[in-house]
Design a protein around this ligand. Structure first.
Ligand code: SGN
Ligand code: CA
Length: 520
């Protein structure tokens, strides 16, 4: 089975978790639970030390997992920002909430969402940060969002009055301040639910100027699959998200040599022109020598690809560092105010991300790195489960989880399953044994073809369609990096047939209008 973690810092606490597998909350809290739901963008488990110790230490995120649980098999339904956000807020697959992709869809804000249902049950609700669903938020008592993808520097925010305001400084610092401010002035008589949404760690990884020099001395190994040749996988070969080929020297890697032009250099300068003079001076002081050194070296081929990988990893880590610090600030505040005992704190991302695996950055594919998403929860008093939860969970499960936690009946049209039984340490016999996935954004940036598929604990079947008709089948136990497409291999015919049946069953269950027929 695929595992992200090389080491498991929670191994000790896992024993505690296993020892109380059947612990139900000792007593129902008299006051309803509060929910702090932190979500980041493109933050992948490889870059969180509670999942993977190879790269960056994230002590504050690790605090969440250490005082609660780490999901080791947490997945998305459609690996892209807007669609993931729609899945989370509705508890439905994309075919149920009708937000299929970032480029053509506008979220229908009149539909049922968990904040609206919580609100009806007496919760006060707030949303702060990146929303990315095109229409303005509905059903929150308070919101303040960044337009579209947002800007890292001196960012604009859209207010509830539909005004645009600009805030000085670095974006990642802002949602923690705003969340603390909102929690501070909440009505203490009512339970609350706040969605804190960071732009970090989204492309093009512009770090806080105070953290630029961090991680520079690190020696970073290439992932095993960096030079994948995509043999037997034409859809994987057709993508445009290769570090070597598609990563832009100026926009992504900050080679800001005067006169060097690139497809995206104009956008790069429009972003860094938002900095104030001090920030910009610090930026130039750091990146100019890197650009000069790069120009002198005249790299090509593998040397160039590896130089790009190294710069990508280092910039990404600097952005993670700010995020971790700001999560820590929010946790400290909740602790100091005595709120943690009655609050579920959830941390997740809109999807996983490639950190050079298969030679890539970005996400979209149903392959493990971008199908997975980190999910850790700090549990309130009454929930004694600790350590790892290994059942397969998906981002459509968060909405029913919050509803059950709040004592609200989960509507029958929600596709997800409440995670509360797992948080109580139960081991439900009827837990799902397969997951459904469907990605639609094609043709579009990065050119990942449309596909749907099914994953069990051991196998994965994917069908790429539209301008291609290609099946892939993987045995995750023997081939965790998904390099050998077994589709058509007679030794696996029974498993392939079973996976096809399961896929069709899920497409019917979720009423996805785009299906295959069993004769295919
Ligand atoms: C932007 C990025 C893409 C990224 C999408 C979707 N390009 O368009 O690299 O895949 O967002 O990301 S950029 O040139 O604008 O940086 S998502 O996380 O919002 O879905
Ligand atoms: Ca994203």
């Amino acid at each position: 089975m695929y595992k992200f973690n090389l080491t498991n810092p929670l191994a000790g606490s896992m024993m505690i978790g296993m020892a109380c597998l059947s612990c139900a909350p000792k007593q129902q809290n008299k006051t309803p639970y509060n929910i702090v739901f932190i979500m980041t963008d493109d933050h992948t488990a490889q870059m969180m030390s509670c999942y993977d110790n190879r790269f960056i230490q994230t002590p504050n995120l690790d605090r969440i997992a250490a005082d609660g649980v780490r999901f080791t098999n947490s997945f998305v339904a459609n690996s892209l920002s807007g669609p993931s956000r729609a899945c989370m807020i509705t508890g439905k697959h994309s075919c149920g909430n009708l937000f299929y992709d970032n480029t053509t869809c506008v979220f229908d804000g009149s539909q049922q969402t968990f904040p609206k249902l919580l609100s009806k049950a007496g919760y006060q609700t707030a949303l702060i940060g990146k929303w990315h669903l095109e229409s303005l938020p509905t059903g929150f008592d308070y919101w303040q969002i960044v337009p579209g993808q947002g800007d890292y520097y001196n960012p604009d925010f859209i207010t509830m009055q539909n005004d645009t305001i600009q805030k000085p400084g670095y974006l990642t610092n802002s949602p923690a301040d705003d969340a603390i401010d909102w929690i501070d002035r909440r009505d203490e008589e009512k339970p609350s639910c706040i969605l804190v949404r960071h732009k970090a760690i989204h492309r093009n990884w512009l770090a806080d100027t105070t953290h630029l020099t961090m991680f520079e001395d690190m020696k970073i190994d290439l992932p095993e699959t960096f030079y994948d040749d995509y043999k037997g996988r034409p859809a994987a070969a057709a993508q445009e998200m290769s570090i070597a080929k598609d990563m832009d020297l100026v926009y992504d890697l900050k080679v800001q040599t005067p006169g060097r032009e690139s497809r995206l250099s104009e956008r790069y300068y429009s972003y860094i022109d938002r900095m104030n003079p001090e920030e910009r001076a610090a930026w130039d002081r750091f990146y100019n020598p890197i650009a000069e050194d790069f120009e002198k070296r005249n790299l090509s081929g593998k040397e160039l690809a590896e130089w790009k990988y190294d710069r990508y990893m280092k910039d990404y880590m600097k952005v993670v560092y700010s995020l971790d610090q700001n999560v820590g600030r929010l946790l400290d505040y909740l602790e100091e105010e005595g709120l943690l005992k009655n609050t579920l704190v959830v941390y997740t991302s809109d999807q996983g991300f490639y950190m050079g695996e298969h030679g890539w950055f970005d996400k979209r594919f149903m392959y493990e790195e971008s199908f997975h998403t980190p999910l850790i929860m700090r549990l309130p008093d009454g929930f004694e489960r600790r350590g790892d939860i290994d059942q397969m969970v998906q981002n459509i499960d968060y909405a029913p989880t919050f509803l059950e936690l709040a004592g609200v009946e989960v509507p029958g049209d929600i596709h997800g399953k409440s995670l509360v039984p797992l948080l109580k340490g139960e081991n439900p016999e009827d837990w799902r044994t397969s997951l459904y996935y469907h990605f639609y954004e094609f043709p579009a940036e990065h050119m990942v073809k449309r596909h749907f598929g099914v994953r069990t604990d051991r196998y994965k079947l994917i069908h790429f369609y539209r301008d291609i008709n290609q099946w892939e089948f993987y045995d995750l136990q023997n081939d965790p990096h998904e390099l050998v497409n077994l589709y058509g291999n007679p030794e696996y015919q029974d498993q392939i047939d079973m996976a096809k049946k399961e896929l069709l069953k899920l497409q019917e269950q979720y009423n996805d209008p785009i299906r295959f027929t069993v004769t295919e």
